[in-house]
Design a binder for this molecule. Structure first.
Ligand SMILES: Cc1cc2nc3c(=O)[nH]c(=O)nc-3n(C[C@H](O)[C@H](O)[C@H](O)COP(=O)(O)O)c2cc1C
Ligand code: SF4
Ligand code: FES
Length: 541
C-alpha cells in the first residue's frame, strides 16, 4: 500500500456513496432501543419504494443524543429524527420519496440546540457520520493519511515533539502529559516495546470510550500505530472489557480490514515499520483499569496492582518499556498530526488543552455524549446543553466516578479543566458526569460509591481492603440514623488513613466521594446523626 493507493480507495468510496444517505445510529445506546430493526426496515422500505439506487441506509456510530434514541438522520435535507419507531419507517420513506423528508411525522431534533452547538468534535468528529465497519469510509475522511505522513515525513522524535507541544494530557483520569510519557518510552534502549490502549472503562455512568470504539475504531488503531512508530514499538494490545461486545466486534473487524490493506503488519506503507495489534478481553474488574493490574491481566495473571516505580514506561509488559494510554488519548492523535500541535494547543485553557468527551447522565433532561472545549463552565454543560433537571433544581454534579467527587450548584461557574476540578476536591476522571437534583441524598451518593469500591477492591493491601468495608459500614450506620458525631469523626479519620496508605489509585481515591460530600453537604450528614442538635452546635462553631 502506498499513498496513491490509499487516495484511490478514498476517491472510489466518495464516488460509490449514494446521493442521499439515511444514517442509523447502531451504537450500543440506540441498539438497546431497537435501532438494528429500524435500520433493517428502512433498508427494506427503500428497496420496496425503488429508491435503492439513490438512497443508501448506513449503519453509523453514536450521534451523541443517546437519551433520545433510536436516532435516524437523513443528510438531504438535513433532518435528524429522535425516538424513531418501526411504524414510522414507511412514513419517513414516503416523505423522502416526495422530497419532503422533513414532513414525515416523525419527531425531529433541533440541530441548533446548545446540546449540539456547544460541542466541538475532535475525538468524535467521525462519530455518527461514517460506518465503523467499513475501512473505506474511514479512509474517505482522510483516515490513515496521518500514519503515512508520520512514517514518511517525520522522525520518531519529531512525532513525540509534536504531541508534547500540543499539550495533550492523558484522558484516562490522571491527566499526565502524553508527550512526556511518549518521550520516556522512546528514550528507553532499543528492543521490545509495547503500546497498550486502556479500554477498560469501569466507572459507573461512563460510556465515552465504548462509544469511540463502537463509532470510529480505525481512529484508535491509527492513533496507536502513530504512537508505536514514535516510541519504537512493534506490538500493541487493546484491553477492553467483555461487557462491550459491540466494541470488541467492531475492533476485530477493523483490525482484520487494516491487515487486509497492509495498514497493519510488516513494512507498513513500504517502510521498515512493523506493527500489529491484539485484543485482550477483560472480565470487568474495575481495578484492571489500573495500569499495572491491567498489564498483569494481559500477561495472564490475576489483575492485582503493584507498586510504582518502576513505571510501565520503564518496565511494563513482560518487563519491557510500555506505553499505556486511554482510548480518548489515542483518538486525539490523528487530529493532532493532521492539524498540528499549535492548532490543538489553541483549544482549551493554559494547562488543559483540547476538548474532553463527557457522558452526561443522571437527573438531566438531555442525556448523551458531549465533546466540549476544556475550560467551558459547568453551568453551560448542565443548564444549556443538558437542559437542567426535569423536576426541582440541580443540586450537584459528580465527576471522576468512584475516584472523584460532587460539585455543588453554587460552584457551577467553575471552568472544566484538570486543575480547577482538583481544587474543588474532585477530578476530571475519564469523563463520567452525573447530575443530581434536590431530591438526591448526598450521603446515599457517598454510600453508593463506597459500596462500589468495597466490591472492587482487589484486597491486596489492608487499608483499602478493610478500610472500604469500614467506611461503607459507617455510612450505612449514618443513613440508618444510628450514628453519632464520634462515628462521623471516625469516618473522616479512616478516609484520611485509606487515602494515605493504600497501594494503588483505587484505595487512594476511594474516600473522595465521602470527603467531597462532607465538604459541601456536611449538614446532610449532621441531620442524620442521633445526637444531631449537638452536632449542629459543633458544626456552627
Ligand atoms: C482503579 C483504577 C481504574 C482505572 N481505570 C482506567 C480505565 O478504565 N481506563 C483508563 O484509561 N485509565 C484507567 N485508569 C488509569 C490508568 O491507570 C492509566 O493511568 C491510564 O490508562 C493512562 O492513560 P492516559 O495517560 O492516556 O490517561 C485507572 C486507574 C485506577 C487507579
Ligand atoms: S488499594 Fe485496593 S485495589 Fe489497590 S492494591 Fe490495595 S487493595 Fe487492591
Ligand atoms: S448510541 Fe445512538 S446516539 Fe448515542
Amino acid at each position: 500500500m502506498d499513498l496513491n493507493e490509499l487516495l484511490e480507495i478514498a476517491e472510489k468510496e466518495r464516488q460509490r456513496a449514494a446521493s442521499v444517505r439515511i444514517r442509523c445510529c447502531t451504537a450500543a445506546g440506540c441498539a438497546s432501543s431497537g435501532a438494528e430493526e429500524i435500520k433493517d426496515r428502512l433498508e427494506q422500505s427503500i428497496k420496496d419504494a425503488g429508491l435503492d439506487n439513490t438512497v443508501e441506509v448506513c449503519s453509523v456510530g453514536c450521534m451523541k443524543f443517546c437519551g433520545r434514541g433510536p436516532l435516524v438522520e437523513i443528510d438531504i435535507p438535513g433532518v435528524l429524527y429522535q425516538q424513531v419507531s418501526g411504524d414510522q419507517v414507511e412514513a419517513i420513506v414516503d416523505a423522502l420519496k416526495q422530497n419532503k423528508a422533513a414532513e414525515s411525522g416523525a419527531t425531529p431534533l433541533d440541530r441548533e440546540h446548545p446540546f449540539f452547538t456547544l460541542q466541538q468534535p475532535i475525538v468524535l468528529e467521525n462519530s455518527g457520520k461514517i460506518n465503523p465497519e467499513r475501512i473505506e469510509e474511514y479512509i474517505a475522511v482522510g483516515g490513515y493519511q496521518n500514519l503515512y505522513h508520520v512514517i514518511h515525513d517525520m522522525s520518531p522524535d519529531e512525532v513525540v515533539d509534536e504531541v508534547t507541544r500540543s499539550g495533550l494530557r492523558g484522558r484516562g483520569g490522571g491527566g499526565y502529559p502524553t508527550g512526556l510519557k511518549w518521550a520516556t518510552v522512546a528514550k528507553m534502549p532499543e528492543g521490545q516495546k509495547y503500546v497498550i490502549c486502556n479500554a477498560d472503562e469501569g466507572d459507573p455512568g461512563a460510556f465515552m470510550d465504548r462509544s469511540v470504539l463502537e463509532s470510529d475504531p480505525h481512529r484508535i488503531i491509527e492513533g496507536m500505530a502513530i504512537a508505536a512508530y514514535a516510541i519504537g514499538a512493534n506490538h500493541g494490545y487493546i484491553y477492553v472489557r467483555a461487557e462491550y461486545p459491540l466494541a470488541i466486534k467492531r475492533l476485530e473487524t477493523a483490525i482484520k480490514q487494516a491487515k487486509r490493506l497492509g495498514l497493519m503488519g510488516s513494512q507498513i506503507f513500504d517502510s521498515p515499520f512493523d506493527f500489529k495489534i491484539d485484543i485482550r478481553v477483560g472480565a470487568g474488574a474495575f481495578v484492571c483499569g489500573e495500569e499495572t493490574a491491567l498489564m498483569q491481566s494481559i500477561e495472564g495473571g490475576r489483575g492485582n496492582p503493584r507498586p510504582r516505580p518502576p513505571y510501565p514506561a520503564q518496565s511494563g509488559l513482560w518487563h519491557s518499556p510500555t506505553l499505556i494510554n486511554n482510548v480518548e488519548t489515542f483518538a486525539n492523535i490523528p487530529a493532532i498530526v493532521r492539524e498540528g500541535a499549535d492548532w490543538f494547543a489553541s483549544i482549551g485553557t493554559e494547562k488543559s488543552k483540547g476538548t474532553k468527551v463527557f457522558a452526561l447522565t443522571g437527573k438531566i433532561r438531555n442525556t448523551g455524549l458531549i465533546e466540549v472545549p476544556m475550560g467551558i463552565a459547568l453551568r453551560e454543560i448542565v443548564e444549556k446543553m443538558g437542559g437542567g433537571v426535569p423536576r426541582g433544581e440541580v443540586k450537584a454534579v459528580q465527576t471522576g466516578g468512584p475516584s472523584g467527587g460532587c460539585i455543588p450548584a453554587h460552584l457551577f461557574d467553575t471552568p472544566v479543566e484538570y486543575d480547577s476540578l482538583i481544587q474543588l476536591g474532585t477530578m476530571m476522571g475519564s469523563g463520567g458526569m452525573i447530575v443530581m437534583d434536590t431530591e438526591t441524598s448526598m450521603v446515599d451518593v457517598a454510600q453508593f460509591y463506597m459500596e462500589f469500591c468495597r466490591g472492587e477492591s482487589c484486597g491486596k493491601c489492608i487499608p483499602c481492603r478493610a478500610g472500604t468495608v469500614q467506611m461503607y459500614q459507617m455510612l450505612t450506620k449514618i443513613l440508618r440514623g444510628e450514628a453519632t458525631l464520634i462515628d462521623l469523626e471516625q469516618l473522616e479519620r479512616v478516609c484520611g488513613m485509606v487515602k494515605a496508605t493504600s497501594l494503588c489509585g483505587l484505595g487512594q481515591t476511594a474516600p473522595n466521594p465521602v470527603l467531597s460530600t462532607l465538604r459541601y453537604f456536611r449538614e446532610e450528614y449532621l441531620e442524620l446523626l442521633k445526637d444531631s442538635p449537638k452536632a449542629q452546635g459543633v458544626a456552627s462553631r
